[in-house]
Every structure is written in structure tokens, then in C-alpha cells.
Design a protein around this ligand. Structure first.
Ligand SMILES: [Zn+2]
Length: 242
């Protein structure tokens, strides 16, 4: 199966693109030749949105996943009860994401990188949604909620640029300290890995969607710190004011 061109990897600000339907799976999952929809992965939730035809017909997309059998293929999952009868291989559509949901993912995902810089411990779990983000650190020492919230506010106020660049898998293998997460390994098999750098703060391989500058993260607070296990501290983030 032809892989999907993943436009969000090089530009997380793209809200829509023109695409062609390659396949409609038996379970209703829709495969396009290219997409701006991020498939769930690396702890980050998948995008929602719509596929829209030139004549105005549309299919609401509730979630996006990686194809379970074909690496590099993105599957757009239609909302319950969506009419897929007009979709067939070759159908031209405009693929448009839910921008508010994506923006929340970008803000929270970038905030988790700031948290990695504030808590220099291995990460053994991560979940990023539009409503909250949580990061599990492999550590036994306690963490201070207010100190972490203040640290995040400082790094947001410093308005640090966030950049991505690609390196070869060989370069990554030569620099294993770049891998922060114990559970989420960077996507491999394509010969190259994407690095996300928050200038002067954090550098790690990551395929997710981020803001272009930490100022865009806005007001983020630590809502909860849990002792998830003897060796795990879970930090939960929310947007200030809900
Ligand atoms: Zn990331």
C-alpha cells in the first residue's frame, strides 16, 4: 500500500490540504495520498476534522490512527454514522483538521518538552489530549507542583523558538543521550529521525506537532502530581482557567 505523505511533519500549522482518496477500508477507515491529520502516536492524540468534496459533501473525521498493518499509512476514522457512499478510490477531497483541537495538542505537547527540561529524569509514559497532558517520570524523589508551574511560566515568557530538523538514524545511534523517553522510541525505519529543539532548553527526537515559539503555549499549570508507583511520578498539565 502506498504510504501517506505526512504534511504535518514539516509544518504543524497547516490546517488543510487537497488530497485524493486511495482506499476506504472495510471498517470505514479512509486512506488519502497526503494529509494534514496527525495519527495518534508518541503519546499525542490523533486529529479530528472533516473531508470535504468540491460539491460540499463532507465526512466528519473523529480520530486519526496509523494503519495497523501498513507502516507509513495514515487512516482517517469517520464519525459514527457518517455517509461514506460517495467516497471511492480517486475521489478528490479537501482534508481539514479541527484547528482548535490541534492547537491544544501543539501547546500541551510543547509544554511537555519544557517539563522534560525542568525534570531531568527519564520519561516512561506520556499522554497528550486537547484537555490535558500528562508525563510520567521514572524517579523516586517528590516533585513540587507550584515550582513546576512557575518554571513552565518562565520558559513560556522567555519566548524560545521551537525548531525541527532531520538527522539520520546512524547519527541518532551515535548520540543515544538524545532519546529522552524510555517508552516512546522515535519513529524509525525511514532512515531518518526528526529532532525537536527548543532553543537553549530541550532537544529530543519527536514526531509530534509543536508550537513555533514557547510564547504560543500560553498559561499552562500543573494541576496534579501523583505517585503512580514506587518509581513513577506523574505530572498532569492543564490550561489556566480550564
Ligand atoms: Zn514532542
Amino acid at each position: 500500500m502506498q504510504t501517506t505523505e505526512e504534511l504535518f511533519r514539516d509544518d504543524a500549522t497547516l490546517a488543510e490540504c487537497d488530497a485524493t482518496v486511495l482506499a476506504v477500508e472495510t471498517d470505514g477507515g479512509i486512506v488519502l495520498d497526503r494529509t494534514v491529520f496527525y495519527p495518534q502516536g508518541g503519546g499525542q492524540a490523533g486529529d479530528a476534522g472533516a473531508l470535504i468534496a468540491a460539491d460540499g459533501r463532507r465526512v466528519a473525521i473523529a480520530d486519526t490512527r496509523k494503519h495497523p498493518e501498513h507502516p507509513g499509512v495514515v487512516v482517517h476514522r469517520p464519525a459514527e454514522g457518517a455517509d461514506l457512499s460517495w467516497l471511492a478510490p480517486g475521489t478528490a477531497v479537501r482534508a481539514a483538521i479541527d484547528v482548535a483541537r490541534r492547537q491544544a495538542h501543539r501547546r500541551f505537547h510543547s509544554a511537555t518538552h519544557l517539563l522534560c527540561a525542568l525534570v531531568p529524569q527519564p520519561v516512561d509514559g506520556c499522554s497528550i489530549t486537547a484537555g490535558y497532558a500528562r508525563l510520567d517520570f521514572h524517579m523516586t524523589e517528590p516533585l513540587d507542583k507550584d515550582a513546576l508551574t512557575a518554571g513552565l511560566a518562565r520558559l513560556v515568557a522567555e519566548a524560545r523558538p521551537v525548531r525541527t530538523r532531520w538527522i539520520s538514524e546512524d547519527e541518532l545511534d551515535a548520540n543515544p543521550q538524545l532519546v529522552r523517553s524510555m517508552s516512546v522510541q522515535p519513529p524509525r525505519g525511514h532512515g531518518r529521525v526528526r529532532l525537536v529543539e527548543i532553543e537553549g532548553v530541550d532537544l529530543q527526537p519527536c514526531g509530534g506537532t509543536h508550537v513555533g515559539n514557547t510564547a504560543e503555549i500560553g498559561a499552562v499549570v500543573v494541576t496534579k502530581i501523583e505517585k503512580k508507583s514506587a518509581r513513577t511520578r506523574r505530572v498532569v498539565l492543564g490550561f489556566a482557567g480550564g
